[in-house]
Design a protein around this ligand. Structure first.
Ligand code: HEM
Length: 447
């Protein structure tokens, strides 16, 4: 599509827009909206222009478009070295749908109930090892959500294999946090000082561990017994009755790890960053947790995801055939980029959008196209319910045990870390044991 037919946007050179986009993404989005409105075009170095959209009617049209017309998978292609070619993040059209159908059952009904117990166990264990005093919560949350994924997705408890796999996976994911290393020109063995050879070695080691795990589980034939996601994938079959290949299973496990670990950890870090700076909300939340209630906890999780979406943008959708939106026809090659941050900070939808106020979700469920921290349509986050369940469990576990206070008065800025936007100081808080901690429930009588 010729560029002059795209909506107007910042006129700075692409290099300067890229710096703003990477260094201060939220300020960049706010400034562009103030100048150009809910829809504008952003130009980033080495990429075709992105049209940022944030009007609920446009979001609905994009999320419900024909899967052959808009392709989100293309935008995630840079993740291929980590997640592999059959990852649902990367596929489009019918191949995406059939792969997604194989993974979805792992996060439904009974499976989720079983996962809830697993998450509670892991969260309690992790949190009980945290020291008192001032500390950034983000790294602690990262360790916690990684342990949760290893158990809930891979079925692994702490032990030698757990440690080996965590060590190589962490090395692979570190590679993914550098924007340069994800660009194909930098993925060469011969670049002096480049991290590509180390990454390839870590990936080979991770693959060997995961294939070993799959082979053992298949040989033991106990897949049906497991409550983890791997069990579901081992039993899943394609439409022609064929089981998933070990490469496909590996790709989806890695996808769930990459998509589900850092996002949830960062969202939890933001939740506490917001809570300690909003003592009224914190006090009400603690009272609700002590009373065993649920509505205010859910509302707090939803408000965190509104106020601080860790992915301020869903995946960009590449236009494959002419697509009409808001009175304009987008030609193949254009990219439509739904913004959760902007629609969730639209004062026509959310009064006082910069206030952290869970009450807004007490009488009203979030709207499908006005609350989109998990994206939407056929690409909506597969782990959304799981992530919210995990946040609920961690909030309860930590606030029942500890008093949480701010260590500074200033607000933590939104800083980019890889693809997520996280609190600039790592969500610094002070933890002290609660003097009035609620009594532990009586153990159930055994008859
Ligand atoms: C608070 C935590 C999380 C947030 C904010 C989040 C957000 C998102 C977003 C914005 C997308 C793109 C949706 C779109 O473009 O329409 C996505 C996709 C995805 N997420 Fe999450 N996510 C979180 C946690 C998780 C967890 C825990 C898992 C799995 C264990 C997970 C697995 C996935 C997968 C597999 C996709 C790709 C879906 C597809 O393309 O069909 N996410 N997530």
């Amino acid at each position: 599509m010729s560029e002059h037919r795209l909506p107007p946007g910042p006129r700075m050179p692409a290099a300067m827009q890229s710096v703003g986009w990477w260094a201060r993404p939220i300020a960049f989005l706010e400034r562009a909206r103030a100048r150009f409105g809910k829809t504008f075009t952003v130009k980033l170095l080495g990429q075709s222009p992105f049209v940022v959209i944030s009007d609920p009617a446009d979001l609905k049209a994009v999320f419900t478009a024909d899967p052959d017309v808009l392709h989100p998978g293309e935008g995630a292609r840079i993740l291929e070295p980590i997640v592999g070619p059959t990852s649902i993040l990367l596929l489009d059209g019918s191949r995406h749908l059939s792969q997604r159908k194989l993974v979805l059952p792992a996060f439904h009904g009974k499976k989720m109930e079983a996962l809830s117990e697993v998450v509670t166990e892991v969260a309690e264990r992790e949190i009980s090892s945290w020291p008192e005093g001032g500390q950034p919560l983000h790294p602690r949350m990262q360790k916690l959500t990684l342990a949760v994924i290893m158990r809930a997705v891979f079925g692994l408890e702490r032990g030698e294999r757990f440690d080996r796999l965590i060590s190589v996976l962490t090395e692979m994911m570190e590679f993914g946090t550098s924007p340069l290393s994800l660009l194909p020109p930098f993925q060469r063995d011969w670049i002096p000082g480049g991290s590509w050879p180390r990454f390839r070695a870590a990936r080979a080691a991770a693959d060997a561990e995961i294939y070993g795990l799959i082979a053992e589980r298949r040989a033991a034939g106990d897949a049906a017994e497991g409550d983890d996601v791997l069990s579901t994938l081992l039993l899943a079959t394609h439409e022609d009755g064929e089981p998933m290949s070990k490469e496909e299973i590996r790709d989806e496990l890695l996808t769930l790890l990459v998509a589900g670990h850092e996002t949830t950890a960062t969202e939890l870090a933001w939740c506490f960053e917001r809570l300690v700076r909003n003592p009224r909300v914190l006090a009400r939340l603690v009272a609700e947790i002590d009373a065993g209630g649920g509505d205010y906890v859910t509302a707090t999780v939803r408000e965190t995801l509104r106020r601080r979406p860790v992915l301020p943008m869903a995946q960009p959708r590449k236009v494959e055939s002419p697509f009409e939106l808001g009175g304009r026809v987008y030609e193949p090659g254009a990219n439509l980029f739904p913004s959760a941050y902007l629609v969730q900070h639209d004062d026509g939808i959310y009064p006082d959008p910069y206030e952290f106020r869970p009450e807004r979700f007490l009488d009203q469920d979030p709207g499908t196209y006005t609350w989109i921290p998990f994206g939407g349509g056929r690409r909506r986050c597969i782990g959304a319910s799981f992530a919210m369940l995990e946040m609920d469990i961690v909030l309860r576990a930590l606030l029942s045990r500890s008093e949480v206070r701010a260590t500074s008065r200033g607000v933590e800025l939104a800083a980019r870390r890889g693809i997520t936007v996280s609190p600039s100081l790592g969500a610094e808080v002070a933890l002290t044991p609660r003097v009035n901690a609620p009594a532990a429930p009586e153990p159930a009588a055994v008859s």
